[in-house]
Design a binder for this molecule. Structure first.
Ligand SMILES: Cc1cc2nc3c(=O)[nH]c(=O)nc-3n(C[C@H](O)[C@H](O)[C@H](O)COP(=O)(O)OP(=O)(O)OC[C@H]3O[C@@H](n4cnc5c(N)ncnc54)[C@H](O)[C@@H]3O)c2cc1C
Length: 486
């Protein structure tokens, strides 16, 4: 067992952890704030500005003591003192799956820079995210050129595709197309940047996943697991050792076999209602569940009456452009399943979103309005995007002929291909979704989907819909404000 002194002696403040494609900076770790009469050795000075300054000790930065403190409260103690038994306690907690001290005790705020294709799965982790918006910024940064692709012919294709995409993006902007639409020209490997605030427990859960063969088996995405591991090893060395001793690994090797068997039998997927959106997009209502009367009577719930609506919900199959899903996935209160994406089929069937009408963006960040471009302007923008997609499809085929794996080749597709998603969401969460996405501030494309979901939901649950539209909705659209059940 290490003593805390050993750890302190070896500790260097390392903030930045990276692999070729992804950089993660530890922007913050939660550190205890000293009390005025703190007796636990905090050195506190008064600055010239009158503020109190605390000298942070290494043991306050190292996050293992925070796990220990969270665990000790169970036995009525509240101390950050770390004795010789402390590491054994961390081990004991992890081994016995007493994992909440790793959740409430230690939070990391990470600043992540990574290609968009690798960012997407990270948004499925249990955390809080704040991302650079392609709606509010001009993104002219160079794209990621996958290191794993070594073939010179393939690399030439990637470089040429990027040059062409960057030009198309700028040309669309110069024509006056709004950022939120010009970005359709970007390739699915532009860099994005976001803060993720996540607990040690949820980082460990991600690091513990293994054997997943259905996604990213050929890309470099799983390197990010290693980066998370590096961060944990550095900032919470005892937790990392406990994890190594018992990795709580969810080994998903079984998934392939189970899927194969299930697919041999074929799954019947009847739907209750189906509507097309954005030309080739689709929403199918697969299931609506819950007793409306019971949910309404549970408005006497405490402290949040609306939780009663969590007893009912809906399951949808949705085919939507990737940029719409990137907005949708931010609604964490619900269950998403992303089936394996057949990119070869997407290219073969030409499943990309090319808007009929393009929009201009007028105003400043936080106060934009959007106006439709003229028929002639839209036709020009359409033609440009069409040619761009044709070129990208041809390049995708060339990359596949050079044996570049599907998901790697897909990183060279424009940011407007359609993907399938299953979504089960409860009626409480839908209230928030409708307020934010059936609203003039939401991008028009996701709004179209949200409006159809509202139509389906209000038909299935008219009493819920009436209560919501009258008392809860905070969006600005009359289709909800003026809702009257038939
Ligand atoms: C017009 C518009 C512009 C936007 N612009 C940006 C932008 O520039 N950058 C950006 O990053 N995002 C942006 N967003 C996304 C936005 O910040 C939210 O992430 C998104 O709308 C989901 O909202 P939510 O968090 O309320 O929903 P949910 O995640 O569904 O949360 C609903 C409830 O679930 C609970 N919950 C579930 N899981 C968690 C968890 N892990 N942690 C905490 N609470 C949880 C919370 O209590 C919350 O009340 C934008 C959204 C809109 C509508």
């Amino acid at each position: 067992m290490d003593s805390l002194k050993d750890l302190e002696a070896g500790f260097r403040l390392i903030r930045s952890f990276e692999r070729g494609h992804t950089k993660i900076e530890v922007d913050g770790v939660f550190v205890r704030i000293p009390e005025d009469d703190d007796s636990e050795g905090w050195e506190i000075t008064k600055g010239e500005d009158g503020h109190r300054y605390a000298k942070i000790r290494v043991e306050d930065l190292l996050q293992d003591p925070a796990t220990i403190r969270s665990a000790r409260v169970s036995t009525g103690r509240d101390t950050i003192a770390v004795n010789e038994k402390a590491q054994a306690l961390v081990n004991y907690l992890w081994k016995g799956a007493h994992v909440t001290p790793f959740e409430g005790g230690v939070m990391f705020r990470l600043k992540i820079t990574t290609p968009i294709a690798y960012a997407q799965p990270l948004f499925r982790l249990f955390g809080s995210h704040n991302e650079l918006s392609g709606r509010y910024t001009d993104n002219t940064e160079r794209y990621y050129l996958p290191e794993k692709i070594r073939d010179t012919q393939a690399r030439d294709i990637l470089i040429q595709s990027e040059n062409s995409a960057q030009i198309k993006y700028k040309e669309l902007l110069e024509m006056g197309v709004a950022n939120e639409m010009a970005r359709f020209a970007h390739l699915y490997r532009f860099y994005t940047r976001f803060f993720m605030t996540i607990s040690l427990r949820h980082m460990l859960e991600f690091v513990g996943i293994s054997g997943l063969s259905t996604r990213h088996s050929e890309t470099e995405f799983w390197d990010i697991q290693e980066i998370f591991g590096d961060i944990i090893r550095h900032w919470t060395p005892w937790a990392f050792k406990a994890f190594e001793a018992k990795p709580h690994q969810f080994n998903y090797l079984f998934v392939g076999d189970v899927l194969k068997e299930a697919r041999e039998h074929g799954t019947e997927m009847p739907h209750l209602w189906s509507e097309s959106v954005l030309d080739i997009g689709r929403i199918k209502l697969l299931n609506a569940f819950g007793n409306e009367g019971l949910m309404i009577e549970r408005l006497d719930d405490f402290p949040n009456p609306l939780h009663g609506f969590g007893h009912g919900g809906m399951t949808f199959y949705i085919k939507m452009p990737i940029f719409v899903f990137r907005q949708w996935v931010r609604h964490r209160y619900g269950v998403f399943s992303e089936p394996t994406i057949n990119y070869d089929r997407i290219v073969e069937k030409d499943e990309f979103y090319i808007p009929e009408v393009f929009r201009k963006q007028i105003g400043r960040v936080g106060n934009y309005t959007y106006v439709d471009m003229t028929i002639e302007e839209s036709a020009r923008a359409r033609k440009m995007l069409r040619e761009h997609i044709n070129e990208a499809e041809a390049n995708y085929r060339k990359l596949r002929n050079l044996n570049i794996p599907v998901e790697m080749a897909a990183m060279n597709l424009p940011y407007c291909f359609f993907i399938p998603v299953y979504w089960t969401v409860n009626l409480e969460s839908l209230m928030n979704f409708f307020s934010l996405r059936v609203d003039g501030h939401a991008q028009a494309e996701i709004r179209k989907y949200a409006e159809i979901i509202w139509k389906m939901c209000s038909a299935e649950f008219p009493r819920y819909a009436r209560i919501f539209s009258h008392y809860v909705y905070f969006g600005d659209q009359t289709i909800i404000k003026n809702f009257r059940p038939e």
